[in-house]
Design a protein. Structure first.
Length: 258
């Protein structure tokens, strides 16, 4: 079925998802988030895809969860419907790496969606924030959890409690985004980074992603042990033999399991 709120395409070995609700600044309604999940299912099942980029428009990556859709919610609607968790977790559970390419507003659920990805590359026009407090609610898709892990408690408190926005430069300084690029270069830079990742051994890329996520979610000793076991298992891969042989023979590696 053709998605209604996103565009889905492939560029080489990269799956590209473009949020496409321009009139609502890509506000994330249930249908749109379902469509992201379906696109990720497709890309995960496709051996020709090694990485994914999620992007928005020049004006907005996404201005948050759809306020109109939830304005009339009762507690029971939110709780029984498992609002926001139900389909949003799919971004987190994707085993292939996802880059968020962010221009313009990434607010509320938009900032949370970007943070659920593995890397955020920001245009110099990007603005991040968790303005839910202005609506009489709090972040509900990870803002109070992922933001402090990314930028520290003081800045996370500042953003969530005051609702102020952070520009791209501040977001890079704070560690939320990995690089800032001129807006007109955003998609090319994100696709190039994704293509680079997609050129490496996919099982190794997955192990790296899993290990870094373990650092994020567990204590140091447990994380180090997890990394070491993953490291040991990498020696079972043909791609490890190829990667090291290529280094010794001074030639590019040709990974079999891309
Ligand atoms: N939900 C639904 N519609 C939204 C929206 C949202 N989050 N954000 C913007 N829109 C709509 C506007 O209603 C407007 O629609 P109409 O033209 O039909 O009136 C259209 O997008 C354009 O928006 P503006 O006219 O407001 O554009 P602007 O340039 O003047 O302002 C903005 C841009 C500062 C981003 C402003 O739109 C804004 O503050 N949006 C809301 C941001 C927000 O509060 N996000 C958090 C949502 S709650 C959440 O995300 C919970 C969670 O944790 C998951």
């Amino acid at each position: 079925m053709t998605p209604e709120h996103i565009l889905v395409e492939t560029r080489g070995r990269v799956g590209l998802i473009t949020l496409n609700r321009p009139k609502a600044l890509n506000a994330l309604n249930d249908a749109l988030v379902d469509e992201i999940g379906q696109a990720l299912d497709r890309f995960e099942a496709d051996d020709e895809i090694g990485a994914v980029v999620i992007t928005g428009s020049e004006k907005a990556f996404a201005a948050g969860a759809d306020i109109g859709a939830m304005a009339g919610f009762s507690y029971m609607d939110a709780y029984l419907g498992d609002y926001i968790t139900r389909n949003w977790e799919r971004v987190k559970t994707c085993r292939k790496p996802i880059i968020a390419a962010v221009a313009g507003f990434a607010l509320g659920g938009g900032c949370e969606m970007a943070m659920a990805c593995d890397i955020i590359i920001a245009a110099d026009t990007a603005r991040f924030g968790q303005p839910e407090v202005k609506l009489g609610i709090l972040p509900g898709a990870g803002g109070t959890q992922r933001l402090p892990r990314a930028v520290g408690k003081a800045k996370a408190m500042d953003l969530c409690l005051t609702a102020r926005m952070m520009d791209a430069e501040e977001a890079e300084r704070a560690g939320l985004v990995s690089r800032v690029v001129p807006a007109e270069r955003l998609l090319d830079e994100a696709l190039a980074a994704a293509e680079t990742i997609a050129g490496y051994s996919l099982p190794v890329i997955m192990m790296i992603k899993e290990s870094i996520n373990r650092a994020y979610e567990s204590g140091l000793s447990e994380g180090l042990l997890f990394e070491r076991r993953q490291f040991h298992s990498a020696f079972a891969l043909e791609d490890q033999k190829e990667g090291m042989a290529a280094f010794v023979e001074k030639r590019p590696a040709h990974f079999k399991h891309r």
